[in-house]
Design a protein around this ligand. Sequence first.
Ligand code: SF4
Ligand code: SF4
Length: 168
Amino acid sequence: MTDDQRIEVYPGCEAVVEFDPDLTFECVPECTWCCHHGVLLYGKDLLELAQRENINESVKQIRGRDFVRREEKDRDEHIDIDEHACYFLRDDGRCSLHAEHDWKPTRCSVFPLEVHVEDDDIHVSVRDEAHTYCEGLNVSDRHVIDHLDAFLPRVLWNLDDPTTKVEL
Ligand code: SF4
Ligand code: SF4
């Protein structure tokens, strides 16, 4: 039995925290593991991406939903099984959206956490695979619980279903 904490992330927007409150996180830029998977774009993300990049080149639809395109990348470490990675992953391992526009899609902000809904509440936990692959867990002093707004964009509270555990 865990003592989940309810945190107000934005005024009127609460999340139930299911991870250890001592958890810290700092992204390790050389890692890039999470950038080898498809990124689902919510409607707001698509609009914001279109203001910054050519979405005809960078976005593709899968089963009626919009995803950042993946493409073959000339990287020899952390390459996914099919040697494809996010369209926006640069050769230096950085995200071009983050580096050039100081912006990234909602789902990229949420990682390495995940969100699900229970009794109309947003619950947040650490994504299972992150324990194995994400190099940024517990390597810094930055407590996740103190920075939840950085991981959970406000748009999540406006979605019909903010659940992030939706695989391709
Ligand atoms: S948009 Fe950026 S942060 Fe998100 S998967 Fe692509 S490269 Fe990584
Ligand atoms: S898997 Fe974790 S440490 Fe690696 S790039 Fe993604 S968020 Fe950063």
